[in-house]
Design a protein around this ligand. Structure first.
Ligand SMILES: C[S@@+](CC[C@H](N)C(=O)[O-])C[C@H]1O[C@@H](n2cnc3c(N)ncnc32)[C@H](O)[C@@H]1O
Length: 341
């Protein structure tokens, strides 16, 4: 286990906990290796590295860019609430045939908060949440199963899906075209994919002179490209979906101000929660990218973020982020339509 800062003990117990769960899969445990997959499935890899007290999963392509510790799981729970509020109470905007869907796949499920919400909403659907790191909840509805695997490697599920979902995956995917191709191959004809993601916070206007926030965003984009896990792909996803063969593609975009400047009270509330969450988790979001992608030292990252926090506190330039929902359909054979319904 590569752990130069000695945080191994905490995560050894988490790894053991999950291995215990994996050995229980025959007893309907919610976490395990894919019970349906053929024997080529990769085995769980529980290596972690600690950077400044936060732990990160390591896989064979390198270090995951976001932490996988309890603090990050809390962030995912809080972000889930922000997502659902922003989408007016919906967990998914692609509602076509939703009550008829049987097999659902949640890519990069994290702690499984979306998969669990979907399974609760549609008790007759079978929901699989897949993630590279074992951080999923254990108390889950009976129609949810979690599996540990790399979504960018060959998919080994034997049965196809009716709906594939992925949220907050920018920066976790190296090759979106290949992933979309894989999704298309693994959907039933007429099945749907929905990707939800957000653009990172930035200021209104020309951003001249540059602010710490605009510089931070540029550094994040640069670092993510250096690590070959781009964060700036969201605007290209609809085109990529079309190129890969999806039809009936729709895009929904919402702007959330990171202050209370909106006339819409519910947007103000969302913006305030999102701003607080963003500030609290700046280090978790930035550390690996800045250190491993751009060569900053831990101290340089911390100093940089401290200056950014000061600016965010004192500066009154309006900032906002955008929420994107993009969905599309695998053509039903003989009924290919490029037009939205
Ligand atoms: C920002 S979290 C989003 C979690 C969840 N989708 C949500 O919205 O709450 C990104 C997740 O993708 C997972 N991930 C990153 N690379 C992955 C890969 N190659 N295969 C599967 N999961 C991956 C991470 O472990 C992390 O849990």
């Amino acid at each position: 286990m590569a752990n130069p800062d000695g945080g191994e003990a905490d995560f050894a117990s988490l790894a053991n906990h999950v291995i215990d769960q994996a050995s229980e899969t025959d007893d309907d445990s919610a976490v395990g290796v894919d019970s349906e997959a053929v024997s080529t499935i990769s085995l769980p890899n529980f290596d972690y590295v600690t950077e400044n007290g936060r732990t990160y999963h390591i896989h064979d392509r390198g270090i995951c860019i976001l932490p996988n510790d309890p603090r990050e799981m809390k962030r995912l729970d809080d972000m889930h609430k922000i997502w659902v509020s922003t989408l007016d109470g919906e967990i998914s905007l692609c509602r076509e045939s939703d009550t008829r869907r049987q097999r659902i796949l949640d890519l990069g499920t994290g702690n499984g908060v979306w998969a669990i919400a979907y399974a609760d909403a549609y008790p007759t659907a079978q929901v699989i949440g897949v993630d590279i790191t074992p951080t999923q909840d254990t108390w889950v509805p009976p129609n949810v199963q979690f599996e540990i695997d790399d979504m960018e490697k060959e998919w080994t599920w034997k049965r196809k899906f009716d709906f594939v979902f992925g949220r907050d995956l920018m920066g976790s995917v190296q090759d979106w075209a290949a992933l979309l191709r894989c999704i298309l191959d693994n959907l039933n004809p007429g099945g749907w994919v929905e990707i939800q993601d957000y653009g990172y916070p930035h200021h209104e206007g020309t951003e001249s002179p540059p602010t710490k926030l605009s510089e931070w965003l540029q550094e994040m984009v640069r670092a993510s490209r250096a690590l070959r896990q781009p964060i700036d792909m969201i605007e290209q996803l609809a085109d990529l979906m079309e190129k890969e063969g999806f039809t009936e593609i729709r895009c929904v975009k919402k702007r959330v101000p990171l202050d209370n400047s909106s006339k819409n009270e519910s947007l103000n509330q969302i913006g305030k929660s999102a701003a607080a969450l963003f500030e609290a988790h700046l280090e978790g979001i930035s550390m690996i990218r800045f250190k491993h992608g751009l060569g900053y030292t831990i101290k340089e990252v911390l100093d940089y973020l401290s200056a950014l926090r000061t600016e965010l506190k004192n500066n009154h330039i309006p900032a906002y982020f955008e929420v994107h929902v993009i969905y599309g359909r695998k053509p039903v054979q003989g009924l290919v339509s490029k037009e939205p319904l």
